[in-house]
Ligand binder design. Structure first.
Ligand SMILES: *[C@@H]1O[C@H](CO)[C@@H](O)[C@H](O)[C@H]1NC(C)=O
Ligand SMILES: *[C@@H]1O[C@H](CO)[C@@H](O)[C@H](O)[C@H]1NC(C)=O
Ligand SMILES: *[C@@H]1O[C@H](CO)[C@@H](O)[C@H](O)[C@H]1NC(C)=O
Ligand SMILES: *[C@@H]1O[C@H](CO)[C@@H](O)[C@H](O)[C@H]1NC(C)=O
Ligand SMILES: *[C@@H]1O[C@H](CO)[C@@H](O)[C@H](O)[C@H]1NC(C)=O
Ligand SMILES: *[C@@H]1O[C@H](CO)[C@@H](O)[C@H](O)[C@H]1NC(C)=O
Ligand SMILES: *[C@@H]1O[C@H](CO)[C@@H](O)[C@H](O)[C@H]1NC(C)=O
Ligand SMILES: *[C@@H]1O[C@H](CO)[C@@H](O)[C@H](O)[C@H]1NC(C)=O
Length: 420
């Protein structure tokens, strides 16, 4: 299996310039001894109060404490996070990045499977945290070691979904559009903008008050503890959740290869004997752990955490967005309000609504999976994911009739106030 010790070592030695913390994991893991007691309190899971050592280790870290709030959108694939991310992408004072951790994953865990190997998993988390830290400091050069082929002269065409980030498609990074052009579509950005100059990206980022990063590549909230506790980052986390059935249904539509047996189940009503249910169990376990951490309100999350259900966002996007902005302490701009108006149910201008890919799966159809998944699939999912359904206020259906009766909502009213 590819998860062997040898592979892991090779992977790390060969594929990337090894970074300090990544190396440290190996040392930690194999030697079980902390060789750098002065840098860290030994053990990466422990609370690290001071990051001053990093300023020496990584000269490009900004060691100037700043008051700006950084934002992390913690989600899981197909939970509506592209839509949610737009609420930040549209804000003129937010520098928004769409899934930068993709690059870490591609290099460290190219064969992502739900069965995780502990060492690789830890490696990826450490590398992810390093990258997040540098991006929140507007350092794009750090990202270069994860981009293949390696950028020359600090420019690249290979940044994942560059077009999903408004700031990377507009001045000063790209001069192909003028502000009067309105919304820039992702495809247009990629076609018309020249190669991404990472020096300009850094400059553009520094001009904005806030950096918002969306990721589906951090499994659990507690994986972010060290970042949340770092006062210099001033990082607020918004966790986006969705009914697991909705996530499953959307993944079947989107990831045909990975979920093809699930599709067979959906379309034939028969569960294939060789179905790998770990995709579902892992999703719900991570989800449960993550959400339980948040809802148990540990002191380190105080003031830094908010949970948002996608269904609430879909039901009342403007209201929910206002709550989120309030939690972040940002003002809700006209632009954001307009975007919500242009791209949700309230607006029946078809041509406006269909411009955005995010809309395929958003507001109007947060519960449309009920018409699409078979009864026993729903039953199975609701059984496996029972705890997380209860925790988040999603109702399990009792009969096939209730499942298809769309006038019965499966999302209980639940007040999820931010942890302030
Ligand atoms: C730290 O911030 C202050 C005020 O914003 C600025 O004057 C100073 O040059 C900064 N120092 C460094 C090392 O960036
Ligand atoms: C990088 O810049 C140098 C100096 O401007 C130039 O000679 C070289 O061709 C550039 N490399 C690439 C790959 O563009
Ligand atoms: C990228 O932008 C910087 C800052 O404007 C500039 O100095 C540099 O020459 C640009 N790089 C390339 C390859 O054009
Ligand atoms: C909203 O739609 C109008 C009309 O299509 C367009 O002019 C405007 O730029 C859009 N605004 C946003 C923020 O999407
Ligand atoms: C609908 O949206 C399109 C494209 O954004 C715009 O050109 C058109 O004027 C809008 N129509 C109405 C009735 O708002
Ligand atoms: C679910 O949706 C897909 C595509 O939208 C469709 O092909 C399929 O037949 C639907 N399945 C059910 C059971 O409605
Ligand atoms: C779900 O499955 C369980 C066990 O297979 C069965 O006892 C139960 O009646 C089913 N519930 C529904 C709503 O179909
Ligand atoms: C759907 O649910 C509503 C609300 O509980 C109920 O009044 C209605 O009779 C149900 N419709 C069907 C077809 O079961």
């Amino acid at each position: 299996m590819w998860c062997s010790r040898k592979t892991v070592i090779l992977l790390a030695l060969v594929s990337i310039p090894i970074q300090y913390t990544v190396m440290k994991i190996f040392i930690d893991f194999y030697v079980h001894k902390c060789l750098f007691p002065n840098f860290l309190n030994c053990g990466l899971g422990q609370d690290v109060k001071s990051f001053d050592w990093m300023c020496d280790e990584y000269p490009y870290f900004s060691c100037n404490s700043s008051r700006k709030t950084n934002i992390l959108i913690l989600a899981t694939p197909r939970s509506g996070s592209s839509f949610f991310g737009q609420l930040f992408n549209q804000h003129s004072d937010v520098f928004y990045l769409f899934e930068p951790l993709y690059h870490v994953q591609i290099i460290l865990m190219p064969h992502a499977t739900p069965r995780r190997c502990a060492v690789e998993h830890r490696l990826m988390l450490e590398a992810s945290r390093d990258l997040l830290r540098s991006l929140y400091n507007c350092d794009f050069y750090f990202l270069e070691s994860y981009i293949m082929p390696r950028p020359a002269n600090h420019t690249t065409d290979k940044l994942f979904r560059r077009g999903a980030s408004k700031a990377l498609c507009s001045m000063p990074v790209c001069d192909a559009f003028s502000p009067s052009d309105g919304n820039i579509e992702e495809g247009d950005c990629v076609r018309k903008c020249a190669s991404l100059n990472l020096t300009l990206a850094t400059e553009s980022c520094r001009e904005k008050q806030h950096v918002a990063i969306k990721t589906v590549r951090i499994p659990e909230l507690s994986d972010l503890k060290a970042l949340i506790k770092d006062p210099r980052l001033n990082l607020k986390v918004i966790q986006l959740v969705r009914d697991p059935c909705g996530i499953l249904s959307s993944r079947i539509e989107t990831f045909h290869d990975t979920y093809c047996l699930w599709q067979i189940w959906r379309d034939t009503g028969r569960k294939p004997y060789n179905l790998d249910v770990t995709y579902l169990t892992t999703m719900c376990t991570d989800f449960l752990n993550s959400v339980s951490t948040g809802l148990s309100r540990p002191p380190w999350l105080h003031g830094w955490y908010m949970l948002v259900r996608y269904e609430d966002l879909a039901r009342n996007p403007l209201q929910k967005s206002k709550e989120v902005y309030k939690f972040l302490g940002l003002s809700m701009e006209r632009n954001v309000v307009d975007w919500i108006h242009n791209n949700t149910e309230g607006n029946n201008n078809e041509s406006a609504v269909h411009k955005y890919g995010t809309l395929r799966d958003s507001a109007a159809n947060a519960e449309s999976w009920r018409l699409n998944l078979s009864n026993d699939m729903v039953n199975y999912t609701q059984t496996v994911c029972k705890h997380i359904l209860d925790e988040l206020g999603y109702k399990a259906v009792n009969s096939p009739e209730d499942l298809k009766n769309m006038s019965l909502s499966l999302t209980e009213d639940k007040t999820l106030i931010p942890f302030l």
